[in-house]
Design a protein around this ligand. Structure first.
Ligand code: NAD
Length: 410
């Protein structure tokens, strides 16, 4: 499986956008011997200076700099969502492979432009950074479904409770980039599509805007999806930060998590009073800022790693089969069958981490192998996410036209 991952400096990579996600990507890619981090692009001076000081590569003020740098083979794109299309097309035109975070773009027309550019130029586009289509637990769940060990898949349930709306946000995130729906919807839909085989037939859904000051977007999503084979799936996301996904896991350390949330509650009171300085607080969590000032750490993200996996933005997924059910446990999967509940470790074939799986897919694609988490997958996920908004507006069921299947034996 990791035939490429262990080959030193196989690929020279860069990062476009050294923000919150871009900083996390930098920290992650340097752990993979197959990758050499050589460059980055960001208009913020401080981010570029910090990048050169930390990683020693070249930092450009624009993505154009990465396009014309002959030492860059592939670029991880972590720029604001409204720029994904422009940046993918520009990099593809210059022969660069790209790894793109969610959402793929803001519209299906943008997805088409991106797919056309990468296919015409013969470069690889891997979609889903940090995302669900590469998560070892979901890949392991999909393998159990395919094996038929629990009988046929009959339904999927997803629910997520997070404080997405209570984190510092730039105005464009909630006004231009699609708010919580386009930022978090793809996580849920990627996971549901991966587990259900990819081919969603229809969706009826509603988005709810609870009128939180400073957050002019829906923070609550609810949908009923049906796959082409008739399998139903439900999706629920409440991002208003009142209740949390980890409350539904018996292994969470409740007291330390509840204590850490005091900062989130304070932030909500400030939002209501119109007294937050979101841009300044978000800046403190971007690449090059001091970790102590990172709001993510102050509100408890990353505490008590010993608890193992806990649902956060990703939510909880339960797969219901004819003769059992599956959900994620702290360290692997809880598999329920006629004998009871079994805590099963993840099989090594499911990969070491989402990042390792994603890089593996990139390297395999460059070597001419199959990439299924590609532009067409990203477009199919965006189609379902946008259908949620459309269905909410029209109060009608929406039928899908651009779905792609999960290959057998992933
Ligand atoms: N924050 C997360 O944990 C997270 C997780 C998964 C996915 N994402 C996705 O990552 C993307 C960025 O989100 P973020 O939260 O990191 O935002 P952010 O604002 O912290 O980061 C965006 C970065 O892009 C830079 N940028 C802006 N215009 C640019 C341009 N023209 N060229 C190059 N760089 C430019 C900004 O200066 C900033 O550093 C979004 O699409 C989001 O959906 C974020």
């Amino acid at each position: 499986v990791s035939v490429y991952l262990s080959r030193p400096d196989l690929l020279r990579v860069a990062i476009a956008g050294l923000g919150q996600l871009g900083g996390d990507i930098a920290k992650s890619v340097v752990n993979f011997p197959a990758l050499k981090l050589v460059a980055a692009a960001d208009p913020r001076d401080g981010a570029r200076t910090a990048f050169e000081a930390t990683y020693g590569g070249r930092a450009y003020p624009t993505v154009k700099g990465l396009c014309t740098d002959p030492d860059v083979d592939a670029v991880f794109i972590a720029t604001p969502s409204a720029l994904h299309c422009e940046h993918v097309v520009m990099l593809a035109e210059h022969g660069k492979h790209v790894v793109l975070t969610k959402p793929m773009a803001l519209t299906l027309e943008e997805c088409d432009q991106m797919i056309e550019a990468v296919e015409r130029k013969g470069v690889v586009l891997v979609y889903g950074t940090g995302g669900m289509p590469f998560r070892p637990s979901y890949l392991a769940m999909r393998r159990i479904i395919e094996s038929g060990r629990l009988g046929r898949l009959r339904a999927i349930t997803h629910f997520a409770f997070s404080d997405w709306m209570l984190r510092p946000r730039e105005p464009h995130e909630v006004q231009v980039d699609g708010g919580l729906l386009l930022n978090q919807g793809p996580h849920a839909v990627d996971a549901i599509r991966l587990l259900g085989g990819g081919m969603v037939r229809s969706l009826r859904g509603a988005t709810v805007d609870m009128d939180l000051q400073g957050r002019p977007c829906a923070g609550f999503l609810s949908a009923f999806l049906e796959f082409q084979d008739g399998t139903p799936a439900t999706l629920l996301y409440n991002g208003y930060g009142y209740l949390f996904g980890w409350e539904f896991t018996p292994w969470a350390d409740e007291s330390s998590r509840l204590a850490a949330l005091a900062n989130s509650y304070k932030f909500r009171r400030q939002l209501r009073g119109g007294k937050t300085n979101d841009s300044q607080i978000k800046e403190q969590s971007r690449f090059g800022a001091s970790e102590a000032a990172d709001f993510r750490i102050q509100r408890g993200q990353g505490i008590a790693q010993a608890e193992g996996w806990l649902p956060s933005d990703d939510g909880t997924i339960i797969v219901h089969c004819e003769r059992g059910a599956i959900r994620q446990s702290a360290t692997g999967l809880w598999v329920y069958d006629d004998e009871g509940r079994h805590d099963e470790p993840l099989p090594p074939e499911a990969g070491a981490s989402p990042e390792a799986n994603e890089i593996q897919e990139l390297l395999r694609g460059i070597a001419g192998g199959p990439v299924f988490r590609n532009g067409r997958w990203g477009k199919a996920t965006l189609e379902v996410v946008l259908a949620l908004a459309q269905s909410s507006d029209t109060r009608q069921e929406v039928l899908m036209k651009h779905q792609v299947p999960v290959p057998v034996g992933i």
